[in-house]
Design a binder for this molecule. Structure first.
Ligand code: DGJ
Length: 550
């Protein structure tokens, strides 16, 4: 556990805060205190434990300016339409500390209270020192004093639109505000409606690879901390400065270390008062052909500096990618880069476009603890659309058409969420999404191979959506040696024994739907419905498949 730095709390503020927290707690209905959510690791796999069991976040992130009571009526109907179980929504530093040292958590309380009414959990996003590389969410009184709360200096000697990671005045205030926020949550939220918190948003810098101020330059010319060298696999190297140790990557590594150290201190202070899972999100660099430093946001937890973040910000449980890519090769590469032995896979932001929704299954296949498309609320539409059961784009696509594939995912997985999360944590679940130009994929389960095939929709071919774009996706989980759970859309699943001299027979295929975590039997599938494999179309059904050989 990281040590908290409380020295910046003035006693008066502290007492005032305790009073506020106490009052908040007193207003709460009497509910049993639930365990604090946590990230756990077992046998090399991770789970997000919520209410004492593995939880899969079926998330949706609201637009940046939707975290206001007046906007929530445009958020909840979207969450309901999507069948999301978790809303990601910002908490703005400029809102909670509009006046220096005076914290107002009334909007946070409104969001938490309304989330409970809508039966969803929350991932609150701390828009503090950094938001997309800039300091735009610092309170106005800080922005008005750039001499004190200074920006970093670019290579041309000019202040960039990005805070300096060496500005201790800003850091102390961020620590104080974030700690106050976490302390308030601890008192207000014994129900654990808030299950995870993002610390800053896409921290780092656009337009400058590092801080070139004289103070920063001095540190850059100094020795790389030994724990950083060790973390990046240079344990035996002689002491070296950043340039000597990292050559062309020196500046970007230095900036990552500086930003992570700052964010790590904020996170550690908050975690010391309330140990919720914490994560940091990254604006990515190209996963296939990464450009040179300067071509992507520097300093945040991009794939090349995850190890530096791990050592400089140990209170951050997860480094996570914001994936705004449609191409399956690039998308899958990002998932692979962030699915590490020292890092659970969590996608806190991804494009909300219809074509990306299927990658939810790809993430599941790498034991993701959560997935959350961005901008899925109705704040940009003149009125809240009537809930339409659309699964295919209409002539003039509206938000429901864009949201429909995600709604389809969550409608299927939501009722079986606890089973899916548990099976994944136990290493029994695999999942895939259709890739352009790949007609089938095979999953290996000991004595069985499961083949997922896509396309066609006619005769003996697998079902496809009425669109040229790939949409197929499936999960297969092994329930017993010869028994599987199968679910997904627009594909065909079949099984083959790995023993070459054996052939499979379906002993029994039950089709049903999950309701509140329980499989409800509808019928036994047989004949045309199983002879060519198991077809998954547009309906949210689940199959329990018993196999035999002959
Ligand atoms: C990534 C950021 O993290 C979000 O807050 C938002 O600005 C999106 N980009 C917009 O596409």
């Amino acid at each position: 556990m990281t040590i908290v730095h409380l020295k910046h709390f003035r006693p008066a503020t502290f007492v005032a805060l305790l009073a506020v927290c106490g009052a908040a707690a007193a207003q709460q209905p009497q509910v049993k205190e639930r365990p604090i959510p946590q990230v756990v690791k077992k046998d090399g796999r991770y789970a997000l434990m919520v209410d004492g069991a593995p939880y899969l976040m079926l998330g949706a992130q609201a637009h940046n300016s939707s975290g206001w009571p007046g906007m929530l009526p445009k958020v909840w109907p979207a969450i309901e339409y999507l069948h999301a179980n978790t809303l990601e929504i910002p908490v703005y530093w400029e809102q909670i500390e509009a006046r220096q040292g005076q914290f107002d958590f009334s909007v946070v309380d409104t969001i938490v209270t309304q989330a409970r009414e809508h039966h969803v959990r929350l991932d609150l996003l701390w828009f503090g020192t950094w938001k997309n590389g800039s300091q735009h969410y610092m309170p106005e009184w800080m922005k008005a004093d750039p001499a004190r709360y200074f920006h970093l200096i670019d290579k041309n000697g000019r202040p960039a639109d990005s805070p300096s990671p060496f500005c201790t005045a800003s850091q102390e205030l961020d620590i104080r505000a974030f700690t106050a926020f976490m302390r308030h949550l601890k008192a207000f939220d014994t129900q654990r409606t808030v299950i995870i918190v993002q610390v800053e948003n896409e921290s780092g810098t656009w337009g400058s690879v590092r801080d070139y101020s004289p103070a920063a330059q001095k540190l850059f010319d100094g020795l790389v901390p030994a724990d950083v060298l060790k973390a990046v696999g240079k344990p035996d190297g002689a002491p070296a400065n950043w340039q000597e140790a990292f050559g062309p990557e020196a500046e970007v590594n230095f900036h990552a270390w500086a930003v992570a150290t700052y964010v790590g201190k904020v996170a550690a202070a908050g975690k010391a008062v309330y140990p919720l899972p914490l994560y940091a999100n990254a604006a990515l660099r190209d996963p296939i052909k990464p450009g040179a430093p300067g071509s992507y946001e520097a300093g945040g937890p991009t794939d090349n500096v995850i190890s530096i973040w791990k050592v400089a910000a140990p209170a951050i449980d997860i480094e996570s990618p914001d994936i705004y890519m449609n191409d399956s090769v690039a998308y899958l590469k990002v998932l692979e880069l962030y699915h590490r032995d020292d890092n659970p896979l969590f996608i806190p932001e991804t494009s909300g476009s219809a074509s990306v929704a299927r990658f939810f299954f790809s993430a599941l296949g790498l034991q993701a603890i959560g997935f959350s498309p961005f901008g899925l609320d109705y704040s940009n539409t003149p009125s809240v659309p009537a809930a339409a059961p659309a699964t295919a784009p209409a002539a003039a696509p509206g938000p429901q058409d864009q949201f429909a594939p995600t709604a389809q995912n969550y409608r299927l997985i939501g009722p079986m969420m606890r089973d899916a999360a548990r099976l994944n944590f136990e290493g029994k679940l695999q999942a895939v999404a259709e890739e352009t130009g790949t007609p089938s994929q095979t999953l290996h389960f000991g004595a069985w191979n499961a083949t997922i095939s896509y396309g066609g929709g006619r005769g003996g071919r697998a079902p496809a959506a009425n669109t040229a774009a790939p949409t197929g996706r499936a999960l297969v989980a092994q329930l017993a040696e010869n028994q599987f759970l199968v679910a997904g859309y627009y594909c065909r699943v079949d099984f083959r024994p790995t023993a070459a001299d054996k052939r499979r027979q379906f002993m029994r295929v039950d089709e049903g739907t999950y309701e509140n975590g329980v499989f409800k039997f509808i019928r036994i599938l047989n004949g045309d419905e199983t002879d060519n494999g198991l077809n998954l179309r547009a309906e949210p059904i689940a199959l329990r498949v018993s196999l035999g050989v002959y």
